[in-house]
Write a protein that binds this ligand. Structure first.
Ligand code: GLU
Length: 484
């Protein structure tokens, strides 16, 4: 038997997602249990979606949870490079193999042609997809046209019919008719691979034995199976984990509650409670035991304790578990934990420039800065300020949610960026800055007066700020009825 090698392959496209930690946990535990290796690979080939600060945030957030990896861009390893943008030559040479053995072809269709095709298909209410116009071009002609500089993509020759099947360790046989699958683009005209090509080539070259990823990738796996066949490679064991769900059973989403790992760190969830909580998602320790350490989970780990019934990411449960861990800490440990969290010199040095001129005696510090050290706020005292004259509550709610999106579309969380975005947002709504910023102040501080708003947001950080904005939006939308 080959030594177990597993991986997570996050794309650096935003904040580190709880789903990444979830999948990382199961990869980690399985690798440890089997004495195998756990690899972290960065899938950054989609440059249009890549975010410069995202890769480092992934490392930091996963390290905060207590997980570690044996190989990765930051720690090195024998199968590097572990960042896909540094592996372009490999994708090129591999796609060449597929052209040579006839399982892929060059497609010269222009964007314009594809757009027209889409319009025709829509008008005819036909299935959308590529019409395989270039599939039967003579490969020699294709090569000559490409050599002459004509832009092309490379597509996979997907069989025209017949079942595409694979066995999932948790789900059994998964089958789909090839008819439903388009001839996938493998290499884009700029020479960048698509997710499918890069993912399969890397999993093979990195000798990944088990692909453990979320259920949402199943439809990609069918394409990957075809690629493994086209290359003549042995497939890994496929394990598709259930999707995490909101309490209403919909797919976990930031609209329902925070999905960034950093949010949980920032509100003072203990990493051991966080991992334990993720370990309960679809997996059972045995009996009705709910509290266990990473080591204990590793010791008893097996896939047959997994169930697929849509695990619910329930904040109340997480808090319940966190309380248990917190109460177990000695006073010394708890003191250290609080210091590490926010009661430290570094954080004070961020807060003090904003409040020094507002206090006369030290005993005013805590009352003056309470909102720098808390999570959700009580808005009952500032309800009248969570409004703009003449603006319907629902419109204000929507606008606040839109502001959060505008912040999220930008890198970092510096006050200059925040101010620029917030001004643009107020202008777009034709609101006076003073009126709009008063709402933001009330939402972010729970007060009507505070140090400069954007400095406060920057110190509070992305997670707490956007949580408060979202929550204020909900409070406004509920007419103040939402439980404070
Ligand atoms: N890059 C994909 C992601 O962002 C990887 C999916 C997989 O594990 O294959 O999650």
């Amino acid at each position: 038997m080959k030594p177990v090698r597993v991986r997570i392959a996050p794309s650096p496209t935003g904040d580190p997602h709880v789903g990444t930690a979830y999948i990382a946990l199961f990869n980690y535990v399985f690798a440890r249990k089997e004495g195998g290796k756990f690899v972290l690979r960065i899938e950054d080939t989609d440059q249009s979606r890549a975010r410069s600060d995202s890769e480092q945030m992934i490392y930091d957030a996963l390290r905060w949870t207590g997980l570690s990896w044996d190989e990765g861009p930051d720690v090195g390893g024998p199968y590097g490079p572990y960042r896909q943008s540094e592996r372009r030559d490999l994708y090129m040479s591999h796609v060449k193999m597929l052209l040579d053995n006839g399982s892929a072809y060059r497609c010269f269709c222009t964007e314009d042609r594809l757009a027209k095709l889409r319009v025709q298909q829509q008008a005819a209410k036909a299935t959308l997809g590529y019409d395989r116009h270039c599939r039967d071009l003579d490969p020699k002609d294709g090569e000559a046209r490409a050599a002459a500089g004509e832009a092309c993509v490379i597509r996979l020759k997907v069989p025209l019919s017949g079942p595409i099947e694979f066995t999932d360790k948790l789900r059994g046989l998964v089958s789909r008719d090839a008819k439903e699958i388009d001839d996938q683009v493998l290499l884009k005209s700029d020479g960048m691979p698509t997710y499918h090509l890069a993912n399969v080539v890397d999993d093979h070259l990195m000798e990944i034995t088990h692909v453990i990823r979320a259920e949402e990738w199943i439809s990609s796996t069918q394409k990957h199976v075809l690629l493994y066949q086209a290359f003549g490679w042995e497939q890994p064991v496929w394990i598709h984990m259930p999707l995490l769900r909101n309490t209403d059973k919909s797919k976990i989403s930031k609209r329902k509650h925070p999905v960034s790992i950093n949010y949980y760190r920032d509100i003072g969830i203990l990493p051991q409670a966080f991992l334990n909580f993720l370990g309960l998602m679809g997996w059972s320790f045995g009996g009705d035991r709910e509290k266990f350490t990473l080591e204990e989970m590793t010791e008893v780990f097996s896939w047959d304790r997994m169930s697929l019934g849509g695990p619910v990411f329930d904040l109340a449960k997480l808090t319940w578990l966190n309380e248990k861990y917190l109460h177990e800490l000695s006073y010394e440990q708890l003191a250290d934990t609080l210091v590490d969290w926010r009661l430290n010199r570094d954080y004070f040095l961020k807060v003090l420039p904003l409040v020094r001129e507002r206090i006369k005696k030290l005993d005013e510090f805590v009352p003056a800065t309470e909102y720098f050290f808390s999570g959700d706020l009580d808005y009952s005292a500032v309800m009248p300020k969570l409004a703009i004259t003449g603006v319907a509550a629902n419109d204000l709610k929507k606008a606040l949610l839109d502001l959060v999106e505008r912040f999220e579309a930008r890198d970092g969380f510096a006050k200059e960026m925040l101010e620029e975005v917030a001004r643009g947002w107020a202008d777009a709504n034709t609101w006076k800055h003073g009126d709009a910023f008063m709402v933001l102040r009330a939402a972010v501080t729970g007060r009507t007066a505070s140090p400069p708003l954007f400095d406060v947001m920057a110190v509070l950080g992305k997670e707490i700020t956007r949580r408060r904005l979202r929550r204020a939006a909900e409070v406004i939308g509920s007419g103040g009825k939402l439980k404070q």
